[in-house]
Design a protein around this ligand. Sequence first.
Ligand SMILES: [Zn+2]
Length: 240
Amino acid sequence: MELKKINDSIYYLEHVRETDRPVLGYVLGENFSIMIDCGNSKAHFDTFIKCLDDHDLPRPKYALITHWHWDHTFGMHAFAGDTIVSSLTNDKLQQLKSWSWDEESVLKRIETKEEIEFAYQCMKEEYDSFEEISVTTGTIIFENTLTLDLGWTTCQMMKVGGPHEEDSCIVYVQEAGILFAGDAHSGDYYHGEGKMDPIKMKEYIAFLEGTSFTTYIPGHGAPMSKEQVIQLLSKFCAEE
Ligand SMILES: [Zn+2]
């Protein structure tokens, strides 16, 4: 896992397939910096902070959370700053926080389809014990969009929905034309066994087409150009 550099002020920590650790993003501003998503555990979060320290990058003031899924949020409790979430994401985190996090309870939730087998397997890899899991809610809550002026650079957080989850948000770094996408374009694993709704996908592609960016950074993969991502996603709405 290493910190990859997009330019002098934008970085990301690569994803890890085995434990489903997603990309963690970083944007440096003149006045403060932000991170995108908090990772799937304190260990994941700490790895990211260590990378920043190693590169002499200031620690983030805010963490912007793309959606409620465990792999993006279970590191939130380790963050000392404010966490920014949409109200929809926060409602879901509230529910997750009220649940018991021991192995038996997680297995029961797989039976009731509140949890998925894949997440359970990855949690088992990431954690020595399920009891270490700690869920927390956000501290700054927005409805649909929120703009942060970091100095030099502006980050716009937008709730876009899309095929993956209703609460999916993207973080658009305006001046640089970089889009941190979280999992917005992925299939729906919690309600649809990974299926992609072609109508939601079309709406999401239309959003991408209407947004001016050069680099698209997905939550579980390598960066793509605007042309590449639109071409890739268009395949999922082809046969209708
Ligand atoms: Zn997700």
